[in-house]
Design a binder for this molecule. Sequence first.
Ligand SMILES: [Zn+2]
Length: 280
Amino acid sequence: MGVDSGLPDFRGTEGFWRAYPALRNSGVDFSSIASPSTFESAPALAWGFYGHRLALYRRTLPHAGFALLKHWGERMPQGYSVFTSNVDGQFQKAGFDLARIHECHGSIHHLQCLVPCRESVWSAGDFKPAVDDVVCRLTNTAPSCPKCGALARPNIMMFHDTGWVEARTDAQSDRQEAWLALVKRPVVIELGAGTTIPSVRYFSQRVVDELGGSLVRINPYQSGVPAGQGVALAAGASAGLAAIGRALGEGWALPSGRSTRTSLSTRAVRSDEGSKPTRG
Ligand SMILES: [Zn+2]
């Protein structure tokens, strides 16, 4: 989903290094930079990577597909709910209801104590990272825990992560499960969810298995849906959603004159960073 907004695709080690050439030079791959142990051993490097992404996601505008999803979801008799493994906060930025989003791997826009000394999560809003992209290093002061003073880290589930504070994500999950308990025959729109870390695919399959309804799987690489459970579109998220919009016709189009790129006020059911090796 994020790739169509111009965000880097981390698929494969080569893809990751194309986005972060400084890490290629030092032989650091995604699973080693996205690790609490790197925040302990090399905090400037770890925050160089996450600080760069935080700044990038802050300035990225969600693509037009987000507005379509939101518009369709709001017209559903039972509303919508988002399940995403993306940590980039793009659904919030596109105007989706905060109470209807479940970020299963956490959010880069929130921080927690690295220790952690307590089960607390706070906004990263006050942290303005300065990063030397050539060496992928944070050049200003990293955020710290207001309680104990230890280094703070993104509230994202990383690799080999025993210290992730799950409280915020758990609360999101509880709200989503309460909604799911009430809905009948949902349409699950799965966007770019990969099989490497299949959190999103497990979720969409479970919803369809338990509640019926149908699955619309949009994925340029790994489409295909079990017989009788829905349809698959071999396409990127933005192109796939636009194609569905054309098929639905005028009655489901966005109100005219609304610029999806600039209004920012703009899910049906879910998406993801998932065709990449997610987590974050
Ligand atoms: Zn602390």
